[in-house]
Design a protein around this ligand. Structure first.
Ligand SMILES: NC(=O)c1ccc[n+]([C@@H]2O[C@H](COP(=O)([O-])OP(=O)(O)OC[C@H]3O[C@@H](n4cnc5c(N)ncnc54)[C@H](O)[C@@H]3O)[C@@H](O)[C@H]2O)c1
Ligand SMILES: O=c1ccn([C@@H]2O[C@H](COP(=O)(O)OP(=O)(O)O[C@H]3O[C@H](CO)[C@H](O)[C@H](O)[C@H]3O)[C@@H](O)[C@H]2O)c(=O)[nH]1
Length: 325
């Protein structure tokens, strides 16, 4: 298949691109490189350095005849979205609208979209189902929910085959591709930076949650398992339908458990400092992934937290400078 991967130079998109290339597909990556890395993209992949906010370029590219699009490009810093909501809605919603226009104009009718657990806000019940109420507590989650809703209407009106995958906490690395965000806000890379001596310590945001050890609980999913789910979802997408799936392991780990596991995996004494809660963080986010398992037959192959941390640690050690381009 000939596929367009937006945001394919970012963390998850580059793992997706690698898997697609390994499966023999022809891939074009479109990325504006505000966050992405050239080195994360396989050498045989065509890179179009362009922005989703350039509708003309999107139309030109999509006129080249694609089977479908895997759409990862987005801004995704929760804190930044609170202070700059307009930027998040423009990039994530208007960018996706431009993409849908270009797809429609060129008869490209298949899309998998990166949605997020952030659409659920602070959930009423755990595990979180796809039918749980969506009440995002920040503009990032709001922008993703707006796209999820838009896709439902677009599928109905124009026959698009669309799938939204609502990821929980993505972690790990895939061989020579790893996680390098700047700034980094995610727990596991920060913990490993402390293990590697790149930072003195890691902060534990909140020790007074109503959880067994007082720290917040999250559902971590290996980036390879996540990317594999996209391929299955893409193949099963049905014309005129928009389907939503949660993607997690259905099992939660606390911040202290993550740090403890990282100490064991790395053999390093990682210094942790107990701090205040981070504003807007829900105490527990754990997915029910029953629907994706039942309907698509997806199963995580790397469900262990220690495997995710070991793969991320291995990447960090083999790439001490991260990506250089
Ligand atoms: N990492 C997670 O834990 C997580 C969890 C839930 C959802 N997601 C979603 O998954 C997707 C990928 O996340 P990631 O962690 O790989 O992020 P990332 O920042 O590493 O990758 C996103 C890529 O999109 C590109 N991009 C952003 N806006 C663009 C635009 N307007 N035009 C072209 N390119 C643009 C960036 O340069 C970057 O390379 C995002 O949509 C994110 O919201 C991520
Ligand atoms: O230095 C840190 C960083 C994080 N945490 C804690 O670790 C947990 C995980 O935090 P991350 O920042 O790694 O991940 P989030 O759960 O905040 O965010 C993830 O889930 C969100 C949905 O709620 C979005 O989808 C977002 O893109 C995705 O990364 C949270 O309880 C957070 O408070 C710390 O204690 N110390």
């Amino acid at each position: 298949m000939k596929l367009l991967v937006t945001g394919g130079a970012g963390y998850i998109g580059s793992v997706m691109t690698k898997q697609l290339v390994e499966a023999g597909h022809e891939v074009t990556v479109m990325d504006n490189f505000t966050k992405g890395h050239h080195q994360a993209v396989q050498s045989q992949v065509r890179i179009v350095e362009s922005d989703l906010l350039d509708p003309q370029r999107l139309k030109e590219v999509l006129s080249e005849g694609y089977t479908g699009v895997l759409h990862f490009a987005a801004l995704s810093l929760v804190g930044e979205s609170v202070t700059q909501p307009e930027r998040y809605y423009r990039n994530n919603v208007v960018g996706t609208l431009n993409l849908l226009d270009a797809m429609r104009e060129n008869g490209v009718k298949r899309l998998v979209f990166s949605s997020t657990a952030a659409v659920y806000g602070a959930p009423e019940g755990i595990p979180i189902l796809e039918t749980s109420p969506t009440r995002p507590t920040n503009p990032y989650g709001g922008s993703k929910l707006a796209v999820d809703q838009m896709l439902g209407f677009e599928a109905e009106a124009h026959g698009l085959a669309a799938v939204s995958l609502r990821y929980f906490n993505v972690a790990g690395a895939s061989g020579d591709i790893g996680e390098l965000h700047n700034p980094e806000t995610h727990l596991i890379p920060l913990v490993l930076q402390a293990a590697a001596g790149k930072r003195e310590s890691v902060q534990i945001y909140g020790t007074d949650y109503a959880t067994p050890d007082g720290t917040a609980i999250r559902d971590y999913i290996h980036v390879e398992d996540l990317a594999r789910a996209h391929t299955i979802a893409f193949e099963h997408a049905q014309a005129g339908r928009h389907t939503i799936y949660n993607l997690g392991n259905g099992k939660g780990f606390s911040v202290r458990e993550v740090i403890e596991t990282a100490r064991r995996v790395t053999g390093k004494p990682i210094k942790a400092i107990e701090s205040e809660r981070r504003v807007g963080d829900p105490p527990v986010l754990v997915a029910s992934s029953e629907k994706v398992q039942r309907e698509l037959g997806w199963q995580p192959q790397k469900p262990e937290l220690s495997t995710m941390i070991a793969d991320a640690w291995n990447w960090m050690q083999t790439h001490p400078q991260g990506y250089t381009s």
